[in-house]
Ligand binder design. Structure first.
Ligand code: G6P
Length: 479
């Protein structure tokens, strides 16, 4: 048994850049926490509650060095990042190199060798923390682009465990991926896993193509064969597992009296607009917020939507505020919103209600219920869980979803009005169509959407992933 095996360990160890909670310490040293942002945590939090597992991740602020602590039956194991790690590993390599590269280079990725050094160093820290928690023969489930070297590093430290990796964001085409100076090391990092999961079949196919081009390993369909000295050592499977949300819980939340009442109040507080449009995103250049607001502004200017009777609520939650591209995006969005409200507003009515804030789930559910049309117009998105939340909230079978074809969700959510967000005229037509959609069609579409979202929730997703991981032949299966 390898020496790093803990005496008693966890059968399931999740490793993600962030813990499910953001931790902060007050001046008196008291630890407080709140839910972390983003789709990964939205999806994984319900998976872990109930499972007796450990979650290895960063607490969200620099220089936090805390002992592991338990929340809802899960051991949270904080990995410390110093200020330089935050700058070079998190803001730098993760969010200014990989994030734009993997999202179709919407923003230009920056390649810096010092950031790559930090990425390797921090990935090793996460791998060591996971290796120290997992029981003999247990499972380590690594998440997302910040930690692509971790599967291989964990395998080196703990050859006895099964390793799964899930990639929450798109995996780009070969021609884009190969821009990365350290492309081979990244692929080898991922191939340390037994199972590499992606959101869409297209992502898995891109990955397999990259493996074929950058390594001399043989691939057959979804399976890559790892050989050593001419002998088959093990197999890696690359396959799609589209992620979901805790749709049942969200549906229930949206049915509560408090949320229903709040939805009415929101419309009233907005002056009872005839049409309420809604956008909900992290303030990220991948989300197509500018394209959406531009299309809306033109519809108002042309009188196709009435500025007096229409409101767009845009929730843009603060994100990665030290990365230049995000600072610039915020300026652009705020200028655009200001211009539209300046041109088309009246005393007491602004056609865009822009909220640069994060809200609790209850408020989000009420907003979804209040909205006639939900706008999800990402230029590229791994899945987009906001689209699924909107559907889960609509037990009244009303409301329409305008959805970008460049989201993973578009592969599943038949019933949405699909758009190409780069095509502003096409998007204007789609928004107008959704606004004027007759009740019968809207209900039919929403029922179809709900069948999918409620029929495939995040528990099903994690069951399927973990079952597929157990099914990959493993060395210990042969004694
Ligand atoms: C996306 C990513 C996650 C990330 C989240 C929030 O959902 O897939 O890995 O955690 O965005 O971004 P942040 O940089 O705040 O962690």
């Amino acid at each position: 048994m390898p020496s790093a095996v803990p005496r008693t360990g966890y059968d399931l160890v999740v490793v993600a850049n962030r813990l499910p909670v953001d931790v902060s310490t007050g001046d008196d040293g008291e630890v407080t926490w709140s839910r972390s942002p983003g789709g990964l945590v939205t999806a994984m939090a319900p998976v872990m509650s109930g499972a007796q597992g450990a979650w290895v991740g960063w607490g969200g602020s620099p220089d936090l060095d805390l002992d592991p602590f338990e929340v809802d039956g899960t051991l949270l194991v904080p990995v410390p990042l110093c200020a330089d790690d935050v700058e070079s590993f998190y803001e730098g390599f993760s969010n200014d190199t990989l994030w734009p590269l993997y999202h179709d280079v919407i923003s230009a990725p920056a390649f810096h060798r010092a950031w790559w050094e930090a990425y390797q160093r921090v990935n090793l820290r996460f791998a060591e923390a996971a290796a120290a928690q997992v029981a003999h023969g247990g499972t380590v489930w690594v998440h997302d682009y910040q930690l692509q070297l971790v599967p291989r590093l964990v395998r080196e430290l703990r050859p006895d465990v099964r390793i799964g990796y899930f990639h929450h964001i798109p995996f780009p085409p070969l021609e884009i991926f190969t821009q990365l100076p350290w492309r081979r090391q990244v692929v080898e990092g991922l191939l340390g896993a037994d199972l590499v999961g992606f959101q869409r079949a297209g992502d898995a196919a891109n990955f397999v193509r990259v493996v074929r081009r950058l390594t001399d390993l043989t691939t057959r369909g979804q399976v890559v064969t790892i050989t050593r000295h001419g002998k088959v050592e093990r197999h890696v499977r690359a396959a799609p597992f589209p992620i979901s949300i805790d749709s049942g819980a969200f549906d229930e939340l949206a049915r509560t009296d408090a949320v229903q009442q709040r939805a009415h109040d929101i419309r009233r507080e907005l002056g009872d607009p005839r049409t309420l449009l809604l956008g909900v995103d992290r303030l990220d250049y991948t989300k197509g917020i500018r394209h959406r607001i531009k299309a809306y502004g033109e519809l108002l200017a042309e009188g196709r939507l009435s500025a007096q009777e229409t409101t767009l609520v845009q929730v843009a939650s603060p994100s990665r505020e030290n990365v230049d591209a995000y600072v610039q995006l915020r300026d652009e969005v705020e200028q655009l919103v200001g211009r539209i409200n300046g041109d088309h507003g009246q005393v007491g009515h602004a056609p865009v209600q822009y909220l640069h804030q994060s809200f609790p789930m209850e408020e989000m559910a009420a907003l979804y219920l209040a909205a006639d049309v939900m706008l999800v117009t990402a230029l590229r998105d791994g899945m987009n869980l906001v689209a699924k939340e909107y559907v889960a909230a609509r037990s009244d079978d009303r409301g329409a979803l305008v959805l970008s074809e460049f989201t993973g969700a578009a592969d599943e959510l038949h019933g949405a009005v699909l758009v190409n967000p780069h095509d502003i005229d096409g998007m204007k037509d789609a928004i107008t169509y959704a606004v004027h959609m007759d009740d019968r069609e809207a209900r039919k579409r929403m029922r179809r959407l709900r069948r999918r979202v409620l029929g495939h929730d995040v528990a099903a997703w994690s069951r399927e992933f973990l079952a597929a991981l157990q099914a990959v032949p493993h060395r210990s299966d042969h004694g």
